[in-house]
Design a protein around this ligand. Structure first.
Ligand code: NAP
Length: 356
């Protein structure tokens, strides 16, 4: 029996990171009544790092999102902002906004303008016909005149058999999610990677660990200068350059008990570290599997923007925003910016079709 389409939507936004919510804020203010599929709260999404609110919900303080300053703001607030205007900023706040808080604020901002939100994944799409057809994981079909894909990217794994064996038993790709677990407290831990994420995870883990070993395959960190300095200056972080994680060691009773590292400059150089946890921070893969090849992707798997400084994809009426289409900047604020662009592109495209 053919599936019945439930309702035809003007704009469906898939994804709930800064790109998704920013596009929802713009689309709802443009009276397009957007419907956001924010993702399902499921164990498989938890394990793959694709729960609602995206990667920012897995981070701690956000220091570089303009408008949310860190530091002691009391003197500034007293001199510059009237007390009744201090809606969000606590009068003497020293910490800025956290990733999860920022995402909840964006979600609420979209909801306040009438965005409707469904807590489910879109499992499958059909962009071969218009209106487009979207298949939520929980069943049914949603028809959409226009779609904004803002599904972000997920953390990568090394692909070692031993890494897989100890996932959830000492091996993790999210320090903020798992770092506070009792098994990691006052223990030595390993973080693999040399980018901003690796330094951020290592720094976060120093709150709980006795020592954090940062293992990087090259002889210099890729992280930004300020983050790299943070890692070098932290007495609880020991950096192992020119080193690769060859094997996670452990047993069934205890889970992870150590790691074996090999030299990337000399494969015969082996080091065994007694650690209770291993955290991977080795980059990301865009969440595009559900598209099943229906949008053009670049060789790294990111959606291709087909027009200069526009968010158009290879299918007319489908726009992409945020990390799913950005393998270069990958910042919360650039994702939010492209979310705004996608909503404006969608609005103008719909208007050209006579849909307002
Ligand atoms: P990234 O910058 O791509 O760094 C990935 C790191 O993992 C690199 O050091 C890379 O080594 C290493 N790596 C990749 N594959 C590996 C493998 N198979 N084995 C061992 N090591 C491997 O990714 P990221 O750190 O997740 O950052 C992504 C983006 O988010 C960046 O633009 C970053 O600036 C941003 N970000 C910013 C902040 C912040 O500002 N607070 C925090 C987190 C992320 P090589 O260096 O040898 O390539």
């Amino acid at each position: 029996m053919a599936e019945q389409a439930t309702k035809r939507e003007k704009v469906v936004i898939i994804g709930s990171g800064p790109a998704g919510w920013s596009s929802a804020i713009y689309a709802s203010r443009a009276q397009l009544a957007p419907l956001v599929y924010e993702g399902a709260i499921s164990e498989s999404n938890r394990l793959s790092g694709t729960l609602p609110l995206g990667q920012l919900a897995l981070t701690t303080e956000v220091e570089n999102y303009a408008g949310f300053p860190h530091g002691d703001l009391s003197a500034f607030l007293d001199s510059s902002i009237a007390p009744e205007r201090r809606q969000i900023m606590a009068p003497h706040a020293k910490a800025g906004v956290s990733g999860p808080e920022l995402m909840e604020l964006m979600r609420q901002q979209a909801a306040n303008f009438g965005t409707r939100i469904v807590t489910d994944d879109i499992a499958k799409v059909d962009f071969s016909r218009r209106p487009f057809r979207l298949h939520p994981a929980e069943g049914g079909v949603v028809e959409a005149e226009c779609v904004i894909v803002a599904t972000g990217a997920r953390a990568n794994w090394l692909g070692l058999e031993s890494e897989d064996r100890y996932k959830n038993r000492g091996v993790s790709a999210c320090a903020v999610c798992d770092g506070a677990l009792p098994r990691f407290r006052k223990k030595e831990l390993v973080v693999v990677g040399g980018g901003d994420s690796a330094v951020e995870e290592a720094t976060y883990l120093t709150k709980f660990a006795s020592v954090v070993h940062l293992v990087h395959r090259r002889d210099a960190l890729r992280a930004s200068k300020i983050m790299a300095k943070r890692a070098h200056d932290d007495p609880k972080i020991t950096i192992h350059f020119n080193s690769a994680l060859a094997e996670v060691l452990g047993d069934d009773a205890k889970g992870v008990t150590g790691v074996r590292l090999t030299g990337t400059d000399d494969p015969k150089r082996e080091t065994v570290l007694d650690v209770s946890g291993v955290f991977l921070a080795i980059g990301h893969t865009p969440n595009t599997a559900f598209l099943d090849g229906q949008l053009e992707l670049n060789p790294k798997g990111y959606i291709v923007w087909k027009k200069h400084f526009r968010t158009d994809t290879s299918v007319e009426g489908v726009f992409a925003a945020g990390d799913v289409a950005d393998d270069y900047y990958r910042q919360a604020i650039s994702a939010a910016g492209t979310g705004c662009m996608a909503a404006l592109d969608a609005e103008r495209w719909l208007a050209a079709q006579g849909i307002h």
